[in-house]
Design a protein around this ligand. Structure first.
Ligand code: GLN
Length: 242
């Protein structure tokens, strides 16, 4: 953070942007501007270098092949790992989440190396694909209201010793390994299976990232009415499936 200006980096919109995950960048940007911050948003295509000076980095979900390419390119680029060692905040969804872990199974059925920024390993679920609305309780340490999102993944994710579960599932599958957890985080690096876009359903997550970037405990209130209406609709969909 410098001079009231927040640098927001949206990684690889050309590869990782399923289910409107790019909406996460819009919501973080809007919530920051509503708090009087000047936001510089950089969208980095997969043939461009990742800047290392960002405050918040966002990565979305993707199909299996783009996921393989994205992981290869992110490792070769090295910028995201450097940014994290400098204290950057990262929030990743689905394929992006798997890429941030130590490894995942790619579209060729091979184990592929991830960035190792999250202490998780993803494998291919043996059962049915995890699809549907999810309701989960976020780790109380983060002080956020319940998580609502939409999941659609075959991969399942096992947490290592140092990763904290992001949330505990009430309805839905989440990480899909039977421990009831959804997502994971290590310090300022977060991963979730939730689409939605997840920030549109959970604007408090966007606020959390902004607070971490500003190193403050609270932000001025913002108008949450539209978000709240969407939350209630989607929570009802998760708890009373058709
Ligand atoms: N390809 C991954 C899986 O199915 C991620 C899917 C996604 O990002 N929606 O597990």
């Amino acid at each position: 953070m410098s001079d009231n200006s927040l640098r927001l980096v949206w990684i690889y919109p050309d590869l990782l942007s399923t289910y409107g995950d790019q909406g996460n960048a819009l919501v973080v940007e809007r919530r920051a501007r509503q708090r009087g911050l000047d936001v510089q948003r950089v969208d980095v295509r997969s043939d461009q270098q990742i800047p290392t000076s960002g405050d918040i980095y966002l990565i979305g979900g993707g199909e299996d092949r783009p996921q393989r390419l994205a992981s290869e390119r992110l490792i070769r680029d090295g910028g995201l790992s450097r940014a994290v060692s400098n204290g950057a905040i990262v929030f990743s969804v689905c394929a992006g989440y798997q890429i941030l872990g130590h490894e995942f199974i790619n579209d060729l059925g091979e184990r592929q190396q991830g960035l190792g920024l999250l202490d998780v390993v993803s494998t291919r679920g043996e059962g049915e694909r995890c699809v549907g609305d999810v309701l989960a309780d976020i780790d109380p340490q983060l002080g956020l209201p319940p998580l609502t999102g939409f999941e659609n993944h075959q991969g399942v994710t096992h947490l290592g010793k140092t990763a904290r579960p992001f949330a505990k599932v009430r309805f839905g599958k989440g990480n899909g390994v039977g421990d009831g957890y959804e997502g994971a985080y290590n310090d300022t690096v977060f991963g979730t299976y939730m689409h939605g876009p997840v920030m549109a359903r959970n604007p408090h997550i966007a606020d959390l990232l902004i607070k971490l970037a500003l190193d403050v405990n609270a932000l001025p209130p913002a108008d949450d009415r539209w978000y709240e209406a969407l939350r209630q609709e989607r929570i009802a969909a998760a708890t009373q499936p058709a």
